[in-house]
Design a protein around this ligand. Structure first.
Ligand SMILES: Cc1cc2nc3c(=O)[nH]c(=O)nc-3n(C[C@H](O)[C@H](O)[C@H](O)COP(=O)(O)OP(=O)(O)OC[C@H]3O[C@@H](n4cnc5c(N)ncnc54)[C@H](O)[C@@H]3O)c2cc1C
Length: 307
């Protein structure tokens, strides 16, 4: 079994998601080679062959050219899996590669089970295992779903690659989205509300706990989609990535897209009526309780202790 891992380079840096690609290969027990349009001044710690195209020449975004560079490497390596991150770069390039190869494409892989990729379905309420009918499979990996066992190490065996494919566009650079509202990434304490709060009126008990802990409040996506909380407070893959000292997850199940945004938190307390909720897997403390009963008592105790 062989994987070709498509690493990413952004704004002069190698992205850390490179190591999630490596973790996928590790979990699959597969050999790997890596592809990068990047620079030899920012290489991954990796003990394998790295096909490197010069970002100065081919730029960070140039689909037609990157596609050709990658197809040439695929022809050389003949991988079973071509593996991208589920990022704007991966969303763009993976379907182009899949189409060019006539290979199946699986988007947003979160796990490997019985040796095959697993994808979330029904808004992550269910998971399905997929087996490709084509010899090669092109996949994207959900951010945060795969973590390396042990530290990465080594220096890659570099193979410089080139193409004479003409570019059809010129990449102008990235523009930061306008930062509106609160910057949760700097908060030391975050109390987040999930769908388990039941109704918008219950946001009050979340905000009171956040205030008692001198922190900020956040939310999972359904709470934001329901417009109970501003979008700029959403935590997760399509919201903010946070790493507070304390994260209190209230009525949040722990879907992979939420975990990807908060699992770097130092200490996680979860309040959930379901003792088997997946948030329990990352929580340091899981309180099995109805948040409507537990939170007001908890907040009262904290306020008393602070007096
Ligand atoms: C492409 C994509 C991107 C996404 N991006 C994000 C993202 O950035 N952030 C994000 O959060 N989600 C994101 N999602 C959605 C994600 O898949 C989940 O659907 C979502 O995180 C679930 O939110 P939740 O945990 O609040 O709700 P649910 O999964 O419905 O969980 C509610 C939890 O509350 C508990 N509960 C119910 N009542 C109570 C009570 N009275 N007291 C205590 N506990 C109670 C339940 O046991 C349950 O565990 C994304 C999905 C997709 C497909």
């Amino acid at each position: 079994m062989k994987t070709l891992l498509v690493a990413e380079y952004r704004d002069g840096k190698l992205l850390n998601s490179t190591y999630e690609l490596l973790a996928f290969a590790q979990q699959l027990g597969a050999d790997s080679a890596m592809f990068l349009v990047g620079s030899d001044t920012a290489l991954p710690q990796y003990n394998g062959t790295l096909y490197l195209a010069d970002v100065g020449k081919y730029s960070e975004f140039n689909p037609k050219v990157h596609k050709q560079l990658l197809l040439d490497v695929i022809a050389e390596e003949q991988p079973d899996y071509v593996v991208f991150s589920h990022s704007s770069y991966g969303w763009d390039l993976a379907p182009r590669i899949s189409l060019a190869l006539g290979a199946a494409h699986a988007s947003e892989v979160v796990e490997i089970a019985d040796g095959v990729p697993v994808l979330p379905v029904c808004n992550a309420k269910l998971r399905r295992q997929i087996k490709s009918k084509t010899a090669q499979l092109v996949i994207t990996l959900q951010a945060g779903a795969f973590a390396l066992e042990g530290e990465p190490g080594g220096s890659p065996n570099l193979v410089a690659i080139d193409t004479d494919t003409a570019a059809q566009l010129e990449f102008g650079g990235y523009e930061e989205a306008e930062a509106g509202g609160v910057d949760l990434s700097k908060a030391e304490v975050i109390v987040s509300a999930g769908r388990g709060i039941g109704k918008p009126d219950n946001m009050g008990i979340i905000q009171e706990l956040a205030k008692a802990l001198k922190g900020e409040y956040g939310a999972s996506r359904p709470v934001v989609d329901a417009e109970w909380v501003d979008r700029n407070r959403q935590v997760g893959t399509t919201g903010q990535t946070v790493s507070p000292k304390l994260y209190v997850a209230c009525g949040i199940s722990g879907a992979i897209q939420h975990l990807a945004g908060m699992k770097q938190s130092e200490f996680v307390v979860a309040i959930n009526t379901d003792k088997d909720a997946p948030i329990g897997e990352v929580a340091d403390v899981l309180v099995v309780a109805d948040l409507k009963e537990f939170l007001p008592l908890f907040t009262k105790k904290i306020v008393e202790c602070r007096k």
